[in-house]
Design a protein around this ligand. Structure first.
Ligand SMILES: Cc1cc2nc3c(=O)[nH]c(=O)nc-3n(C[C@H](O)[C@H](O)[C@H](O)COP(=O)(O)O)c2cc1C
Length: 359
């Protein structure tokens, strides 16, 4: 049940299985340091009862920033803000988890000041061609993920999630269509998964046992996530758990549909079988009601991540104990979004999601 506690294999415990999905919201300070707006939005969800409160994608390196005013975790000077956020989330009884991110070819020069890099030289139409990461870049970025995780642990968070979904740098390495390297960091599945695995191992070695670590994955192609194969993703998830992942987080966008490769099978039971029983499986995608969430738990997920429903309903978990409660659904006016703890900037950003903000 969604309100049952969730215990990770390292003993960390969330009060329930409702997980705030990572959501970019462009309200940090321009240098990536935490703003009062960041704090207000996430603290309200911790107060609303989420067992796990995950941050937006936070860049581990300046050349990996994906959006203006994104949260940064790339330097120790960001620690005061990170400590403030970690303390606030823990103070409301939530496990605070930071999503660690590098955009790769989706980190534009306009933000970073440098040419984007990726697994191989690659061009997304309308954007600058990314250069292929050198061995030196790869070693540096693995170290930056490791250091960012250690920084989050030092700041007092309960854990981190590596953003391997949605076609950002880790996903670009996993992709068979983007990553055609021949030097041991690409080509075969072992080669393409090496970047993700080495980051996972480096992070595991750099943080205390009790610190929760996991990976978000897109199981199949969707949007910017390309070159993925369901069976390869299942193998990668299994490997990551042996490398030290405490959880695997499936980004499904619409969790009511089966896989494209095997239309009679749903991804949740497939991943449940693929990864060890003691690894937590989180799934996200289009969950609005408690029974939407329960259906995923029934298929074998251990926790359900809620995104847009949590914007509209900051106390979504608390309300699950009220029989007959139904969540508020979009559209919401800008004033209603402000009441729900969104800054003007975040509320305006939500216009990118058709139908979410009232005209
Ligand atoms: C405004 C917004 C920002 C998002 N930013 C991120 C992000 O930073 N990292 C990520 O992994 N997913 C991101 N997502 C995807 C969500 O985490 C989630 O998987 C998706 O919205 C589907 O869940 P939902 O239907 O409950 O919203 C974002 C979604 C939204 C709506």
């Amino acid at each position: 049940m969604i309100l049952d506690p969730l215990v990770f294999r390292n003993g960390a415990r969330a009060r329930n299985r409702a997980w705030l999905a990572p959501m970019t919201n462009q309200q940090s300070h321009p240098d990536g340091s935490l703003s009062d707006d960041d704090l207000r939005w996430l603290e309200m969800r911790a107060r609303g009862g989420f067992g796990v409160v995950e941050t937006c994608a936070a860049h581990v390196a300046l050349d990996g920033q994906g959006w203006p005013r994104a949260l940064g975790v790339y330097d120790d000077r960001l620690l005061p803000g990170l400590r403030r956020l970690a303390a606030a989330l823990a103070g409301h009884g939530a496990l605070g988890v930071v999503q660690l991110f590098h955009g790769g070819l989706r980190s534009p020069r306009s933000l970073t000041g440098v040419a984007p890099l990726s697994a191989t030289a690659y061009e997304v139409p309308g954007t600058e061609r990314a250069r292929a990461a050198t061995e030196t870049d790869i070693t540096r970025i693995i170290g930056q993920f490791r250091d960012a995780a250690a920084r989050c642990s030092m700041a007092g968070f309960a854990g981190i999630e590596l953003h391997g979904a949605h076609g950002f740098l880790i996903g670009q390495f996993l992709s068979a269509s983007i990553n055609t390297r021949t030097d041991g960091w690409g080509g075969s599945l072992e080669g393409r998964a090496r970047f993700a695995r080495e980051i996972m191992r480096a992070v595991r070695a750099a943080v205390p046992e009790r610190f929760v670590i996991g990976m978000r994955l897109s199981p199949e192609d969707h949007g910017n996530a390309v070159g993925l194969d369901l069976d390869e993703s299942l193998e990668v998830a299994r490997w990551l758990c042996s490398d030290g992942a405490d959880f695997i987080h499936l980004s499904l966008w619409d969790a009511s549909i089966n896989t494209r490769k095997r239309p009679d099978e749903h991804p949740v039971p497939l991943f449940r079988t693929a990864i060890p029983r003691e690894a937590v499986l989180v799934a996200a995608g289009g969950r609005w009601t408690g029974s939407d969430a329960e259906s995923l738990l029934g298929m074998g997920a251990d926790a359900v991540a809620v995104g847009r429903a949590a914007i509209a309903n900051p106390d979504w978990p608390k309300r699950q104990s009220e029989s007959g409660w139904l969540p508020r659904r979009p559209p919401l006016t800008l004033a209603e979004l402000r009441e729900r703890g969104l800054s003007e900037r975040f509320a305006t950003y939500m216009r990118n999601w058709p139908g979410f903000v009232a005209p």
